[in-house]
Design a protein around this ligand. Structure first.
Ligand SMILES: Nc1ncnc2c1ncn2[C@@H]1O[C@H](COP(=O)(O)OP(=O)(O)OP(=O)(O)O)[C@@H](O)[C@H]1O
Ligand SMILES: [Mg+2]
Length: 621
């Protein structure tokens, strides 16, 4: 684990005591040029004593199992027929072997399963830890949902292979012991007994050659159905809004048919090859009985030997049936492992640099100094942008849609790193500060207020889970959310439905503003965060913001004149540059571009009042 993992990082946002962030016991080998087995090995090596112990127990249990037919043979020949030894001796030995086998099998199974799940848990923890450390550019690129669900099945297949293959391989040892015992009884009979094994292998691999890819396909098609169902539940408002239920049903029916086909194919293969694989040993039994019977009549082998061979023929099939299984599991696990490494080898570019310092009680001075930035190395969105915001100042950023306003907000919280120039907080380049402290002191409220399926209290207290009710209420009052929250059936304990759909857009925005206010950032960025809130309430929010926190630096990204009017200064952004700044009145009087942009942006916005005002503004110019 790298030292700046989430378990050792600066945690300014009140993580309650006893919060269990147990690090994984072991992580993969970071060297990407190694084979996947060696890279995964540290996870098993961390448990090698227990793992080795379990394998030894398994080996002993298997050998005990192989001994049982041999003892039965002696019991029949010496105890029953020749009576050279008392029968109860053999009874005791058999009972002892059975008991030892039971105890050892119990122990190695529980141990192996525990190790397997520990292994899985470690891998999942480091995977999730890694995902939480990835930067926004990564999430722009990948589909996180798919990533996580795929991670689950990939982790499982690697875990299965690594923990259970050694066990299956041990079967080969018991196989060798059995062959040795059989050869010591009669060579010819041994050859007859093993004659069906190649066929078992062939039919076993035929079965797996079909069933493995098919079960892969079945899994993929199940995921396809899950995605369709999931999207239709998440997007039920869109689907119903466009009366598209019928079409979505057809889509689901199509996916269901494809799943059915794969399932039928899979079971067809099982029905065809399964019984053959299972019954070949019985054919072997017939052979043993035929040849062994002749030998017994001639007095070459004993009756006990035939009984023992009966048992061995069945016992020997096991490793043969599993052999092809290991090969295919290995291929699958190696593919899975490479997908896991794809994620784990990805390095976030936005991280704390060595020696980064914490930003402590900032005054809230913000500076963009010649900033050039484009997403994923594409065309620059911001070009040589320079902008200073004094502590305590409220500015509004105005510009056409796509002009880069939200990008300014994202750079301020260092969601991305600039390509040229620098973003400074209190004179410090944000890249020299710890991410956690920057994000603690710069609060952004986005226009899409994401709420968790938790109580209103917990949603507001997200940044400070230990916050008491009084401070939650204070933040809610400042965000003008207190009134409507009290009217909910359970007040602050009311659980917000999935993504907050049982609240209105404006209510959700107010809760998300309260959430940011509770963190008490020195720099507050409201990115279109009041678009669904009516003008009077918005003014109350801003009045409350000013009243409670006169010294906070505030950046308003807005489309509405009413919001823009709240700012001390307006910055006009166009094509990634600051093209004009001043008070609203100054800009209106001196800059034709401002009036033009205002007319355009406000006509996009919903408020009629804003549109009228803009029309007036342009007409008055
Ligand atoms: N995550 C992203 N990856 C790639 N390009 C992006 C990303 N986010 C924004 N862009 C592009 O960057 C440009 C500026 O986007 P930005 O969101 O900053 O505009 P904006 O001024 O906030 O617009 P709006 O008023 O519509 O919110 C746009 O051309 C957009 O397509
Ligand atoms: Mg935007």
């Amino acid at each position: 684990m790298d030292p700046d993992g989430p378990w050792s990082s600066f945690e300014p946002l009140g993580v309650p005591d006893g919060h269990d962030t147990r690090p994984p016991r072991a992580v993969i080998d970071p060297r990407a040029d190694r084979s996947w087995l060696r890279r995964m090995w540290p996870l098993l090596a961390a448990r090698r004593v227990r793992f080795g112990g379990a394998l030894v127990a398994a080996l002993v249990a298997m050998v005990a199992g192989v001994m049982i037919p041999r003892v039965t043979m002696s019991a029949i020949d010496d105890g029953l027929r020749a009576r050279t030894r008392p029968l109860e001796d053999f009874v005791w030995i058999l009972a002892g072997l059975a008991l030892a086998r039971a105890v050892l099998t119990y122990w190695y199974r529980t141990t192996l399963y525990t190790i397997a799940y520990d292994f899985e848990s470690d891998l999942r923890t480091s995977m999730f830890g890694h995902l939480t450390r990835m930067d926004f550019a990564f999430y722009d690129r990948v589909q996180a949902g798919q990533l996580i669900s795929r991670a689950n099945s990939d982790i499982r297949s690697v875990q299965m292979f690594l923990t259970f293959t050694p066990l299956i391989s041990l079967n080969l040892v018991s196989f060798a012991v059995a062959i040795a015992l059989m050869l010591s009884i009669h060579v010819g009979l041994t050859l007859v007994a093993v004659a069906t094994l190649p066929f078992t292998y062939v039919s076993g691999s035929k079965l797996r050659n079909i069933s493995f890819p098919m079960s892969w396909i079945v899994q993929g098609r199940q995921a396809e159905i899950t995605t369709i169902v999931d999207e239709n539940i998440q997007g039920v408002r869109v689907v119903k809004g466009f009366a598209a239920e019928e079409r979505e049903l057809r889509k689901l029916a199509g996916a269901a048919t494809r799943l059915r086909w794969a399932n039928v194919k899979l079971n067809d293969a099982r029905a065809r090859w399964g019984p053959l694989t299972e019954n070949l040993p019985r054919l072997g039994l017939a052979g043993v009985l035929l040849y062994g019977g002749v030998l017994a009549i001639d007095g070459v082998v004993s009756i006990g030997a035939i009984v023992a061979f009966n048992a061995y023929v069945v016992l020997l099939q096991m490793p043969f049936r599993f052999l092809s299984f290991i090969l295919i599991m290995g291929q699958r696990a190696s593919a899975s492992a490479s997908r896991i490494f794809e994620v784990l080898d990805e390095r976030p570019t936005v991280t704390d640099r060595p020696g980064a310092i914490d930003l402590v009680s900032p005054r809230g001075a913000v500076e963009f100094d010649g900033v050039t930035f484009g997403y994923a190395g594409g065309e620059p969105v911001l070009r040589d942008l320079s902008l200073r915001i004094e502590p305590g100042e409220t500015i509004a950023i105005v510009g056409r849609t796509g002009s880069g306003k939200s990008t300014v907000a994202r750079l301020l919280t260092r969601f991305y790193d600039v390509q040229q120039g620098a973003v400074r907080l209190d004179g410090h380049d944000v890249r020299d500060l710890t991410l956690a402290s920057v994000r603690h002191h710069v609060g952004v409220v986005l226009d899409d207020p994401f709420l968790f399926s938790a109580s209103v209290h917990d949603n507001i207290a997200f940044a400070r889970p230990d916050a008491d009710r009084a401070s939650v209420e204070r933040a809610a009052r400042a965000a003008q959310a207190d009134g409507f929250v009290r009217e909910l059936a359970d007040g602050y304990d009311a659980v917000v439905g999935e993504r907050g759909y049982d609240l209105s857009g404006g209510q959700r925005q107010r809760i998300s503003i309260a959430r940011t206010l509770l963190a008490d950032p020195a720099v507050l960025v409201l990115d279109d965060a009041t678009s669904a809130i009516d003008v009077q309430v918005e003014q109350q929010i801003h009045a409350a913001l000013h009243g409670v926190l006169g010294t906070r630096t505030t950046v308003l990204i807005a489309h509405r004149l009413s919001t823009i009017a709240l700012a001390d200064r307006v910055v006009l952004l166009d094509d990634g540059r600051v093209v004009a700044q001043g008070t609203h009145a100054e800009l209106l009087a001196t800059d034709a571009r401002y009036a033009a942009v205002l007319a355009q942006v406000t006509s996009d916005a919903a408020g009629d009042d804003a549109r009228d005002a803009a029309a007036e503004a342009v007409a008055g110019e």
